[in-house]
Design a protein around this ligand. Sequence first.
Ligand code: FE2
Length: 255
Amino acid sequence: MIDLHCHVLPGLDDGPTSTFQALAMARIAVASGTTTLVATPHIDVHWRVNPVDLPRRAAAFSQALQQEGIELELHIGGEIALSRLADLRPEELDGLRLGGGPYLLLESPLSPMAGDFDMLLLTIHARGEPIVLAHPERCPLFQQEPERLIRLVEAGFLCSITTGSLLGQFGESVRRFTIELLREGLVHDLASDCHDDRQRPPGLADALARAEHELPGIAAQQRWLTTLAPAAILAGDPLPPRPPRGDSAWRDSAW
Ligand SMILES: [Fe+2]
């Protein structure tokens, strides 16, 4: 499995504070069947991570993985906040594309005060930027007006949801909204958004199974959501066809 959204590089943001903790996260990822992590530190005005530093940081962590015999492929990206996007130079932006592919991972604002940011997103997208939205299910604007998210997906945006949302870590309303997004076929990727080895650990294997009673057959979508679609995103290829739904709990209009 490929995890497109991870805070795994130590000492950069609110991810692991030490290489020791980052290695513990890597071990959990491998044990749960993840083969590839894309390190996506916060690129925002709070943490002020310098994109230029990321290759060096990733190389150091890759070396630590090798020394520990942990077989994990590590790529670089960034979870870019809209507040920082305008400040990034083109070459910095290019260094933040997921796995060196074409896609940018943009953070869906968690503040209810974010305004009509979707209009800005559409403008950016119209310039030819392919965009994956990080955790749209946690975004108040999309929760209140799902049609705004639908419009973005129809325009070509991809949605990456977070395992913790399915597991209820962000509350029942977020969990229910996540189920709705899956039901409506608005989800293109499942990522861990891992931050540590305890509260928000890596691992993609079990989250979908928890939703099986509400969306029978959803667990069968796991390979598409965690391997096939993210591989296409990294490669810049069109997403492969989704597997058949096979149950009437899914809405026909969603696909
Ligand atoms: Fe994140």
